[in-house]
Design a protein around this ligand. Sequence first.
Ligand code: ATP
Ligand code: MG
Length: 239
Amino acid sequence: MRGLTKRYGGLVAVKGVDLDLRPGEILGLIGPNGSGKSTVMKLVMGLEKPSAGSIRLDGTEIAGWPSHRVARAGIGLVFQHARPLMRQTVLENISLALLPDSLLRLAADPAVGERAKAIAERVGLGAVIDRRPGTLPFADLRRLELARAIARDPRVVLVDEPFAGLTGPEVAAFSELIRGFRDEGKAVLLVDHNVKSVAALVDRVFALYLGERIAEGSAEAVMADPTVRRVYLGGSIET
Ligand code: ATP
Ligand code: MG
């Protein structure tokens, strides 16, 4: 991203952000409420159009592309708030993420079901593939959201606050899954409020405040950064 900017009327939600995300790394995008973290992700995923600036994937300009085209190019987003199809089963939800354009092909192709089953197992949903989302506990809904985002094996995974509302063991399980993405060479952009809670997981941290970068580097360096300590003090973030 270069000079990435998003205005909502008079509010500048993202201000001239320069951010590099590399294959095989987890970059923590950190900032208090309203600092622009989700907006950055929506801009990359094509769910919002930038007011200015550029987003390149392997040199190809993708800023302003519609989200289905961004997804096909190899980017997947795990939303902050899960929104599965409530009338479909877990397996159907994952299958539809695999082949979003074609319900007919889906019904006709047993390989899709097999692939969806493998993804369900990978994220820990193997035992609940025939259930509907309404009957699942919160952590399983987050797993389903993750499954849908990685269904088409994206090279870039954007994960928006994956740990919110999870217990300690669930956070550990999710961290392990995210490490797995990194270790197979995906580029992972991970959003959280808190530097400390992701310090063990991320390779680097990019700190946002009111839409702007205020620090970037190792988790330790960002936690010790005087600007970070000053602006986050009394906010919703803890270093
Ligand atoms: P949180 O930690 O609460 O998820 P965030 O860092 O993800 O916050 P964003 O959701 O990106 O922050 O919001 C950044 C700013 O842009 C906020 O001031 C928010 O109110 C504003 N904003 C976001 N989306 C819109 C929109 N669709 N219309 C107007 N303002 C918006
Ligand atoms: Mg957000």
